[in-house]
Design a protein around this ligand. Sequence first.
Ligand SMILES: C[S@@+](CC[C@H](N)C(=O)[O-])C[C@H]1O[C@@H](n2cnc3c(N)ncnc32)[C@H](O)[C@@H]1O
Length: 407
Amino acid sequence: MTERGQFEAGLRRTAPPGPLPSESEPALLDKIRAEIALSGPMTFARFMAIALYDPEHGYYRSATERPSRAGDFLTAPETHPIFGAAVARQLDEVWRRLDRPGRFVLREYGAGSGTLAATILAGLRSDGSGLVDAISYEPVEINAHRQAQIDARLGPLAQAAAGVGSPSSSGPRPARFVGAALANEFLDALPVHRVEQRDGRLWERLVEWDDASGQLREQPSQPSTPALAARLARDGVTLVEGQVAEICLEVEPWLAEVAADLERGLVVIIDYGHRAPALYDPVRTGGTLRAYAGHRAHANPFIAIGRQDLTAHVDLTALEAAARAHRLDLLGDVSQAEFLVGCGLEELVDRVRSSPATTMEEWLAIRSAVARLLDPAALGGFRVVLLGRGLEPRMRLRGLSAYPPGV
Ligand SMILES: C[S@@+](CC[C@H](N)C(=O)[O-])C[C@H]1O[C@@H](n2cnc3c(N)ncnc32)[C@H](O)[C@@H]1O
């Protein structure tokens, strides 16, 4: 199976990849071409927003299940329920630190079909946590088919807040809350601008239609906004000649919204990402933009438009700057492997091993899932960033047990 973000270490496949679609959604391609014909070349961020979020044909609007074994990639919550059970322990600790509020909102951005929430609840139940009775689930999911699945699965617990933080956001803003905001593999899909350093200056790679080849292509142009150069300058980054990079300007407004709504509690961001010096290191000379389809990863965003996922690694420096700007405490960040171990993953595995009810099949499934969840070259290498408000920052949370002291 393909975990997203794995491509740098090479794809480690445990199942044969499916066929790579090459045909784009015709209506989507027509829409992009028409917009370019009318308004000129578009930013890559605009292209990505149409490809992923177009209300009718965008990749994230489709009925097809994407993060699954039969889909395009496999996320940690979909790998095994033990992932949710470990996250549940972190949430339980935060609920206790907050003096066990009677209502604890779990707002999940990019909730998919609700697997993470369902497995968190199952974990809380099997731990006997009182948080089960306090939790109120607010999924933020742009895909109407996934929302319907969440409703069917989590019933009255799910208080639909569809579209919050999304490019197509139109619904009412939910109230401020005490609890946790969770985003697993959400930020990597926010639209990015693509830039290139050439002839000693920064260009933005705009998307245009090439009549000769009958395809979309990128063309270095005047940057669409000074915010791109400003971001790199603030991150302390100078790209080397010929280097291509992605810049996501949507992380800031997203976190601003989370911070505005979070009265007290925790923000958990799990994604593949790096701090700016590593993200923009010349070793990644072509950037980190990748397309995913049928458990394959590749670098061509202009095929299979609307039928493949597009992602880029998250800039953790920009995330931290946004957190500071919006008065969220930087509690720390660790690898996903460290986070899961800190949350008691090994104890959860032991519980399954020692239960007489566990079948050999279940035991083998959990063992292979845990290996993938902890593998530093796969899901274990994702970063888990914890931000907080109203939690004593010096009292380290269990998920951050491996976070260096004094940082
Ligand atoms: C990679 S999947 C991850 C799903 C789930 N968090 C998991 O880990 O299995 C990303 C999910 O985020 C949703 N999504 C993407 N962008 C979104 C946005 N701007 N607002 C709300 N949901 C979004 C997609 O529809 C999809 O269900």
